[in-house]
Design a protein around this ligand. Structure first.
Ligand SMILES: [Fe+2]
Length: 333
């Protein structure tokens, strides 16, 4: 299998379409990318024919996490877990995030950003949200949208004041619909099934579009546990089984997928009742030791690809080093 980067654009597209139609998962050879050392600069690529939108979903960032509990999470399976970052390390993670967004924008281009929620940690303030909005989301000259996480805790009025949108929000662009559905409250509830009316209204409004994305911080079905060794599998699911919502989604033939964060442990795709939920990476807190962006590529013929742009972090002295991990592509639509 030739490396994707060596393929001319036209054959690359065909190659991707053919490969992905069969469900093959592609890996790009890892590039050395250590923080503090020169990074390979991505070259601007011509926009692929038919690409209408390319957007990045930012996973849980939990800015700025001033409380460090010093708990080591060594995990419950073979995967290496990160320590909770020290307060000083969160600045590095935010730099890494800004760098990742800038690299994607310079390389293949980005049309907008979505944050999947848990933007700010529970102890954070409205000013921390404002910092994130100004220094990360608005810093790249492209539109951004945000999803409310169980650690965000702002009242609706403050949320709208900072981000200029509601905790439930929907928009369409270039023939595709995007429904951002709140899944928590100011107390940080994790087992709520809410927003059915908003969802139904917009699924109906978007039924003639080529595709629809449902974006919720906490997935709308029971899955797994938090991977936190203090809780373990006996804790049960950290997400509710919202049967009414899942039934609405099942009855929406143009639904492309759901997009969720929350777990910090999943960055793959989980199917429930036949509906794929694409999980993000994360950029902070404990969890699997991988950071990065979920990239979606949306084509005018209805094809949608999800790509993981990840970094793996390793402790290096008192700091961290990050290495490009891999990119995976999945065909969804
Ligand atoms: Fe989170």
């Amino acid at each position: 299998m030739p490396p994707l980067s060596t393929l001319p654009q036209a054959s690359r597209r065909n190659f991707l379409k053919n490969a992905l139609a069969t469900g093959v998962v592609l890996s790009v050879a890892p590039a050395s990318l250590a923080k503090g050392s020169p990074e390979p600069e991505p070259e601007a690529e011509p926009r692929p024919e038919g690409l209408v939108d390319r957007f990045a979903v930012i996973g849980d960032t939990h800015y700025p996490r001033k409380t460090f509990h010093g708990t080591r999470h060594v995990g419950v399976d073979h995967r290496e877990r990160s320590l909770r970052p020290e307060p000083s390390e969160i600045e590095d993670r935010m730099d890494l995030l800004n760098d990742a967004i800038a690299r994607e924008k310079r390389g293949k281009g980005l049309d907008f950003l979505v944050h999947i929620g848990d933007i700010v940690h529970s102890s954070g303030t409205k000013e921390d949200h404002r910092w994130f909005q100004n220094e990360i989301l608005a810093a790249h000259g492209i539109p951004s949208y945000v999803c409310y996480g169980n650690h965000d805790r702002l009242e609706e009025e403050d949320w709208q004041d900072v981000y200029g949108q509601g905790r439930n929000h929907a928009f369409s662009r270039n023939g595709f619909g995007y429904i951002i559905l709140n899944s928590s409250d100011t107390e940080g509830a994790r087992q709520l099934c809410i927003g059915q009316d908003f969802l139904q209204e917009h699924l109906k409004a978007f039924r003639d579009l080529k595709g629809v994305f449902l974006i919720t911080h906490i997935p709308r079905f029971q899955t797994g546990f938090r991977g936190d060794e203090r809780l373990g599998p006996s804790y049960g699911s950290d997400s509710p089984q919202c049967d009414e919502i899942m039934a609405m989604l099942e009855e929406s033939p143009n639904l492309i997928c759901c997009v969720s964060g929350h777990f910090h442990e999943h960055n793959g795709i989980i199917h429930n009742r036949g509906i794929p939920t694409v999980f993000t990476n994360h950029f902070g807190h404990y969890g699997v030791n991988q950071y990065g962006l979920r990239i979606f590529e949306v084509y005018d013929d209805g094809a949608v690809f999800a790509r993981l742009e990840g970094f793996e972090g390793k402790r290096a002295g008192k700091g961290w080093q990050y290495h490009y991990r891999h990119s995976h592509l999945y065909r969804l639509g």
